[in-house]
Design a protein around this ligand. Structure first.
Ligand SMILES: CC(C)[C@H](C(=O)O)[C@@H](O)C(=O)O
Ligand code: SF4
Length: 424
């Protein structure tokens, strides 16, 4: 029987020659990630169950990213607990406060192996689907089971296939593509399903742009957001592995040509306009022009969705072209990782952001979830390049968050209100 990419990976990881949607399989985990917020519960669960040794100290990856440097005594305590666990279990891949957002750090450090199962105690673990891995977010207690055994059960999901074709307009980014898809299928349109993104638009995307797509699969309920690996994927993964001494052989897994999908969507993006997810739901997607003129207080450029080098370059380009940012608002810029920060410094981007009056922060989750800094107060409106905009996501329950691409966010920063980048 022909199988989809998700089915093939789960078949391989569970030692079955064939699996079908709805099957329950026990799959081997290649990489398991917890961070500073979700790690403590996994560790405490493991201890409560009396498990003294993890299944593999080289396959567990622990980055700190949500509350770094520690922003409260509670965060500091979590950090201490996790650092002790790392020492006790001799966890090989631990990234303390210096490295940045988990979903950027894991691929960069060569921990994502195409064709394997990756679990993370974080809902945006689906980001690694951009590398052809079956990657999914799980709860901290499930993670304790994975830590103990290296295996976890999965229900094989149906696949929704998005065939995306056409050339994007210059002001339109992969963020606009994924937001418009979420607007189309709804925030629960892919619940417990694997989304697969394909077509010449995706083929032509950089790895960074593909990561933005896969990152947001969970925002339509997706269990995974897969993109079949190609030469770009192989190059990225090999370079990352070599640079970080994490090299291991891997086999490429591709879906079968005649595999059956639950639904196939044909999406032509050649006329796609810049869009935004408006308060307070990620599927409340509108053309930017429909909400133009809305006053704003803050723009946040960063996160695991859009904090990569191409995002910073695109945003700065808009700001430079139009002579700077509005003096009436705040702009927070957060490179997603230390290595992106270093490249941005070398390229002169950071200096320019500062010269224009933006606040550049350390690589972290930053303002994304209203937990670290950059919170919005009551009545304030924020534009964010991140992935969630439910009530209170970025601070006060009485604040509004609009999600946009880095180009659109930068245009809004220039004007001090919502504006389509083409109308600046
Ligand atoms: C803190 C963590 C559990 C959470 C998640 O799982 O997604 C966070 O990263 C988020 O984006 O809301
Ligand atoms: S950047 Fe935001 S979405 Fe990504 S892991 Fe951090 S809090 Fe979650």
């Amino acid at each position: 029987m022909a199988m989809t990419l998700a089915e093939k990976i789960l078949a391989k990881a569970s030692g079955n020659s064939e699996v079908s949607p709805g099957d329950i399989v026990m799959a081997k985990v290649e990489t398991a990630m917890v961070h500073d917020i979700t790690g403590p519960l996994s560790v405490n669960t493991l201890k409560k169950e009396g498990i003294s040794k993890v299944w593999d100290n080289e396959k567990i990856v622990i980055p700190f990213d949500h509350q770094i440097p520690a922003d409260s005594i509670n965060a500091a305590e979590n950090h201490i607990l996790m650092r002790n666990f790392v020492k006790e279990q001799n966890i090989k891949h631990f990234y303390d406060i210096r490295e940045g957002v988990c979903h950027q750090v894991l691929p960069e450090k060569g921990h994502i192996v195409p064709g394997t199962v990756v679990v993370g105690a974080d809902s945006h673990t689906c980001t690694y689907g951009a590398f052809g891995a079956f990657a999914t977010g799980i709860g901290s207690t499930d993670m304790a089971a994975a830590f103990a055994t290296g295996e976890l059960w999965f229900k094989v999901p149906e696949t929704l296939y998005f065939n995306i074709t056409g050339e994007l307009k210059p002001e339109v980014m992969s963020k606009d593509v994924i937001l418009s898809i979420i607007g189309m299928v709804g925030a629960d349109g892919a619940t417990y399903k694997a989304a697969q993104f394909a077509g010449n638009t995706v083929d032509n995307m950089t790895i960074a742009s593909r990561m933005t797509m896969s990152n947001m699969a969970i925002e339509m309920g997706g269990k995974a957001g897969l993109i079949a690996p190609d030469d770009k994927t192989i190059n990225y993964v090999k370079n990352a592995m070599e640079a970080n001494n994490t090299a291991k052989p891997f086999e490429l897994v591709l879906g079968d040509k005649n595999a059956e999908f639950e639904e196939k969507f044909e999406i032509d993006v050649s006329n796609l306009e810049p869009v935004m997810a408006c308060p307070h739901n990620v599927d409340n997607v509108k053309a930017v022009r429909e909400v133009a003129g809305t006053p704003i207080d803050q723009v946040f450029i960063g996160s695991c969705t859009n904090g990569r080098l191409e995002d910073l370059r695109a945003a700065l380009n808009v700001i430079e072209k139009h002579g700077g940012i509005s003096k009436d608002i705040r702009v927070v810029v957060t490179p997603a990782s230390r290595s992106i920060m270093l490249e941005a410094i070398d390229e002169g981007l950071i200096k320019k952001f500062y010269q224009y009056g933006c606040v550049v922060t350390n690589p972290s989750c930053s303002a994304c979830m209203g937990a670290l800094y950059g919170l919005l107060g009551p009545g304030e409106v924020g534009i964010a390049t991140s992935n969630r905009n439910f009530r209170g996501r970025e601070g006060s329950l009485e604040s509004d968050v609009y999600l946009a691409s880095p180009i659109t966010a930068a245009a809004c920063a220039v004007k001090g209100e919502i504006v389509d980048p083409r109308d600046l």
